[in-house]
Design a protein around this ligand. Structure first.
Ligand SMILES: Cc1cc2nc3c(=O)[nH]c(=O)nc-3n(C[C@H](O)[C@H](O)[C@H](O)COP(=O)(O)O)c2cc1C
Length: 207
């Protein structure tokens, strides 16, 4: 899965040596995968990756997450639930194609945040869940499994929430589509961080 062309974007500047910087290489090589082989993914593999991902930093060790894993026969019912959120026009236009796509994704993981009523904690918890998702994506890529983090409008739909058993006070942060990659998109270059960096080497600024 790791392709040399994917890390060229940052080569030279970073003096990247995968042997010395395996985490850096993994971060830069990972791509969002949207086209999957039909090969099944083992449930144990997803659970193993989640058990890596839960080592995400999270304030107060609140571990503010919950997961719903959609696999095997449940995939068709999941695609049905997504399509129920579409307008008649959308169903007519893209329904069949979307249904076939969703029902064919080997595994879909719905990642939920438990919404703390306290704004500060809720914000921290959102950050923690995002860290967990990136951990999952990286750990999956390392194992040769492709993932894309999806935030389609259906995640907010009350009917979808009810169909999936999502409780009041739980927020869908993403649906992670996972499987073996049929196609890996090329890397979209990132701007060098320096262009967005302000270094404060003296203080106060007015001096
Ligand atoms: C919060 C968040 C939401 C995203 N939602 C979607 C989505 O709904 N559909 C999609 O195709 N990709 C989605 N992505 C993936 C981005 O499109 C992807 O990360 C971006 O194109 C950069 O590509 P890369 O991940 O291969 O580097 C999302 C990513 C993040 C972080």
């Amino acid at each position: 899965m790791v392709q040399a062309k994917d890390i060229e974007v940052c080569e030279g500047k970073q003096g990247l040596d995968p042997k010395k910087r395996p985490v850096a290489e993994l971060i830069m090589a990972r791509r969002s995968v949207r086209v999957f082989k039909p090969d099944p993914v083992k449930r144990e593999e997803i659970i193993d990756l989640l058990n890596v991902a839960v080592w995400a930093p999270n304030h107060g060790n609140r571990q503010p997450w919950r997961f719903i894993l959609v696999m095997d026969e449940a995939r068709t019912a999941f695609a049905d639930a997504v399509l129920r959120t579409y307008t008649a026009e959308e169903r007519e236009k893209v329904g069949a194609q979307r249904h076939a796509y969703l029902a064919g994704v080997p595994a879909q993981l719905i990642v939920l945040q438990q919404e703390d009523p306290r704004p500060k904690q809720r914000e921290e918890d959102f950050g923690a869940v995002c860290c967990l998702i990136q951990n999952f994506q990286l750990a999956a890529w390392e194992q040769g499994l492709g993932v894309v983090w999806k935030t389609n409008p259906y995640i907010h739909d009350p009917r979808f929430r009810s169909d999936l058993g999502i409780q009041p006070g739980e927020k869908v942060i993403g649906v992670l589509l996972a499987g073996y990659a049929e196609a890996v998109p090329p890397a979209r270059p990132r701007e060098a961080a320096e262009s967005r960096l302000t270094v404060l080497d003296h203080f106060p600024l007015s001096k």
